[in-house]
Design a protein around this ligand. Structure first.
Ligand code: ADP
Length: 708
């Protein structure tokens, strides 16, 4: 039998005790009333009746004595009998009962003129056993001589009536008390039944709960009750419970203190997580909820436990996995940054040298070779850019750069830059912008341009003859925003329905023979889709094999006010700058050589530095207009050098514009450049046009007179 059952049994016994107590109480009350009747009330009534009989006798004795004391001394017996009869016939008016039943006289012989002795006389009923008998002396009213004795037999009728009436009242009072007691008992028994039923429900819940439950006292470590689930969980038997101490189960005592504190403060605790020792050497994680309840008239703590070890293990595993994933992600980012730097730096050298070679006189064959190197380099660069872009998007590091820009101007520039490619393939490249398409918009112009370059590039790639048409239409507008549809239609090879389904997935090409024939990584459209999604738009296509394709994307853009700004397109012709003194800080010799040659060919003077420290010194010693600063250099990197420059005491030197030469794609680096006080940055590898354009933008911001 579990302790709970014992307790429950005990509470059942208590109810029986209470029932017995009530019966005793009823018996006691009845006994008390009976005793009161027998010992007190009844004798008192009897005594009263007796004294009343006495008074009655006293009141009649004089009349009898008077008859016996008459002058002629010997009264006639008739006269005496008459007086006695008068007394005997006296009755109570209400009941008609006689007061006196019988009168006996014992007279001296002398009184009745007899010879000698006592003469007995009696009148009334023959005998009266129950009557109250009062014997009184009879004296002569004149001589005070004793005449004899008179004995009155007063009726006990009045006493019996009074007695039975009193008994009746007493009986009624006793019955009332018994009824009240019974009702009280009934009420108490009902309440007890209710309590017992609640206890039974509690017991069933406690016993049947699949959760381990423990009942303890808040101020002691003694375990009062545990249910079966708790016994199984803590691997204890019924016999062990009485010796068990709550403190044995806590791995960390501070948890026990915390739980008790919470219970004392709020009378309950919710979902507190801690570690318990279920068996020697076996710890488990649980959450516990508990309450202070009343148990056997004293406060007790009932605690319910839920095992969360698996959840906890999963959580820990997840957290480890997350740490590992974050570390892997970090490693990936670092790898990408390194690769970007490591590949772009030599690419800068290769493409820069090609640019320089292209500026020297060549025969047709040499020019062909140079073009091939340049094209291959650009393809390689595109591929590198695609991979880096995709990694950036997948790492969630894509950040949109929203600016106000002139869409028409941008599209014109784009078409000009791609028209050469179209012309070479004998394709017609045209653009139609609907008249209601606003020119000034707010958005990430560079990303839209990137998507368009990709789609137009693909159209040109997969079209052998015919045309490629770019259209821009307004689909709808709302407030100051417009939804535009950009579409690129070609008359190329088209795409079958099956391939269309996977076209926007990474590394997807409609046909493996295509990659062999046309080249490409299959990343372009995947990047386009993600970029368009990031801008809140949709991308799609209509295509039929052999008929051509129409790629389109719809995107919402806010319209913007036209701003009078100096706007240089990346692909536009180089700007002319007046001769400048340019300090080139770059550790790779070949890159220094490329930049020097390109700038000198444009009529600028170049100073060289192989690290940041040299750059700061050179700036102080020479008259420098602008600095091109590589970021990663030995001794002192570009960012530190820029900070040093910005803190120089000579204000002219401290304000010299600094342009970063970066081979890295990480956003953090761009932010570091800005916070160090750099004015702009050029991504490696760069063309002379890009370099000059960035130079002019930066210088124009500082001093517009540099522009020719
Ligand atoms: P890739 O760098 O290989 O061109 P994309 O993601 O840009 O990668 O394109 C994926 C594939 O979709 C291409 O290999 C080609 O099979 C198909 N494709 C894309 N654009 C066109 C088009 N205009 N006409 C026909 N096929 C196209």
């Amino acid at each position: 039998m579990s302790r709970f059952q014992q307790w429950f049994q005990a509470s059942g016994d208590a109810q029986q005790h209470l029932a017995r107590l009530f019966l005793l109480l009823v018996g006691g009350v009845l006994l008390l009333i009976t005793g009161y009747w027998l010992m007190v009330l009844e004798p008192q009534l009897h005594e009263n009746a007796r004294s009343n009989a006495n008074v009655l006798a006293q009141s009649h004795v004089k009349a009898i004595a008077d008859v016996l004391s008459e002058n002629d001394r010997h009264p006639k017996p008739e006269h005496l009998n008459q007086v006695l009869d008068e007394i005997l016939i006296l009755t109570e008016q209400a009941s008609g009962k006689h007061f006196v039943q019988r009168i006996e006289l014992e007279l001296d012989y002398d009184v009745l003129g007899m010879q000698s002795g006592l003469i007995p006389m009696q009148r009334g009923a023959a005998a009266c056993v129950e009557c109250f008998v009062t014997t009184l002396p009879l004296y002569d009213s004149r001589s005070r001589e004793l005449l004899g004795l008179v004995r009155f037999y007063a009726s006990d009728h009045f006493y019996r009536e009074l007695s039975s009436s009193a008994r009746l009242h007493l009986l009624l009072a006793a019955s009332l008390v018994v009824i009240i007691l019974s009702l009280t008992w009934h009420l108490i028994a009902g309440m007890m039944r209710k309590i017992r039923s609640n206890e039974r429900t509690l017991q069933s819940l406690f016993e049947a709960s699949p959760l381990p439950m423990v009942l303890t006292r808040p101020d002691s470590e003694q375990v009062l009750l545990v249910n079966q689930a708790a016994m199984d969980y803590f691997k204890v038997s019924k016999d062990d419970i009485s010796n068990a101490r709550t403190g044995d189960f806590y791995v960390d005592k501070s948890d026990q203190l915390h739980i008790l504190e919470e219970l004392q403060r709020h009378h309950q605790i919710d979902q507190y997580e801690f570690e318990v020792r279920t068996a020697p050497g076996n710890n488990r994680w649980v959450t516990c909820s508990g309450k202070i309840i009343d148990y056997k008239g004293l406060p007790a703590v009932i605690l319910g436990l839920t095992d969360v070890s698996t959840f906890k293990q999963n959580q820990q595993a997840l957290s480890l996995a997350r740490d590992a994933a974050e570390a892997a992600d970090q490693a990936k980012s670092e790898f990408l940054a390194t690769m970007s730097h490591e590949i772009r730096t030599p690419m800068n050298g290769i493409l820069g040298m090609v640019q320089l070679l292209q500026r020297t006189p060549q025969n047709e064959q040499q020019s062909g070779y140079l073009n091939a190197i340049a094209t291959s380099g650009e393809v390689l660069l595109d591929l590198l850019n695609d991979i880096l872009d995709l990694s950036k998007i997948e790492a969630g590091k894509l950040e949109l750069s929203l600016t106000d820009y002139d869409l028409h101007h941008q599209l014109d520039g784009l078409l000009i830059s791609l028209s050469e490619r179209a012309r070479r393939k004998g394709l017609e490249l045209s653009m139609e912008i609907a008249p209601d398409v606003p020119s000034w918009l707010h958005g990430d112009s560079k990303r839209i341009r990137q998507v368009l370059i990709n789609l137009i590039g693909n159209a040109l790639k997969f079209t052998e003859s015919g045309s490629v048409t770019v259209t821009v239409e307004k689909l709808q507008s709302a407030g100051d925003a417009v939804e535009l549809q950009f579409a690129v239609q070609d008359t190329g090879i088209g795409i079958d329905v099956e391939s269309q389904k996977h076209l926007f997935e990474n590394f997807s090409q409609s046909d493996s023979s295509i990659s062999r024939r046309y080249g490409g990584s299959g990343l372009g459209l995947a990047i386009c889709k993600r970029l368009i999604h990031a801008m809140g738009g949709v991308i799609g296509l209509d295509s039929e094999p052999g008929q051509g394709s129409r790629f389109f994307f719809n995107i919402w853009l806010r319209t913007a006010e036209q701003v009078a700004t100096y706007n240089i397109e990346e692909d536009s012709a180089p700007v002319r700058l007046e001769p400048l003194s340019v300090l080139v800080a770059e550790d790779v010799l070949i890159n220094r050589h490329v930049v020097r040659s390109l700038l000198e060919s444009e009529g600028h003077t170049v100073f060289e530095a192989v690290n940041g420290m040299e750059a700061v010194t050179s700036l102080q010693q020479n008259d420098i207009d602008v600095i091109l600063m590589d970021l990663h250099m030995p001794e002192m990197d570009g960012i530190t050098a820029t900070r040093e420059i910005r803190s120089l005491t000579d204000p002219m030197k401290a304000q010299v514009p600094v342009i970063a030469l970066t081979a890295n794609i990480l956003q953090e680096e761009t932010e570091n450049c800005r916070s160090a006080g750099m004015d702009g940055f050029v991504m490696k590898p760069f063309t002379i046009e890009k370099l000059l354009n960035e130079l002019s933008v930066v210088l124009q911001k500082r001093d517009p007179t540099h522009l020719n």
